[in-house]
Write a protein of this length. Sequence first.
Length: 276
Amino acid sequence: MKRQFPVSLPEGYVDFFKNLETWQNKQQIKLKKSYSPAGIDVLKALVNTNKPVIQSVDFPLDVNQYKSLYQELLLLLKDYRPEIAGVMDKILEKLEHLDFGLLPVKLLEADQQYFSELSARIDVPTELLIFTVDHSLRPFLRLWAEPHYTEIAEDEFKSWSFANVCPFCGSKSHFSRLRATDGRRFMFCDHCFTEWETRNIYCVHCGNSNPDTIQYLTVEEDLAYQIYTCEECKGYLKTFDERHKGDKTDLFIANIETVYLDMLAQEKGYNSHDND
């Protein structure tokens, strides 16, 4: 049954991201035939460096494969979002200006200046350029991270202490789930789909663990989807509580569907600390 939202979302908003995720999943399946990165001792890497795995181990990315996937995404976006087809055509016409060996590096470094200058040179919006680079890279990230999902999730936060940062790819997380069987909290990375455990009554932004200053908000008739707020740093975290639904959900889509929770939190003076 199609989920009903407590507020109206833009027409086609959720369907667009569902289609995008379906495309990424299909690309990941195709890549498995030729993309087989070497194994990593992820917990050892985390303990030894105190950095996300991707910052201490070379990311095994085939530049030609990435370029091919990038072009496919541009064509897909032309079909799914006709209003930006002109921008996609402009990028396709200027592919020679893009360094496909450097783009993923700059994305993972969050080098905003690099993308601002590049987008100015090829005359396209910076946000759209970053979106295309990001979402065409995600199938590779997920395929590289996938063999280590269980090991990282079962580590019980022994090897990683940055609750809101993905221990594998270093992306910032804005979403978590409370496991149906025991209520334990797992952070979720929407880039590489890694999950890692963190404490329950705990602010993932500032480390506050005072239960008197950590609360949660819900929207009526939508109890499984929650916002945990911290009065110390005014941060918030969106959460899916499986105990209210009795089963798992697609966390990537759940994060997209709950944009209304971001709006609610921000209206009440909380923020996601994205720029910290």
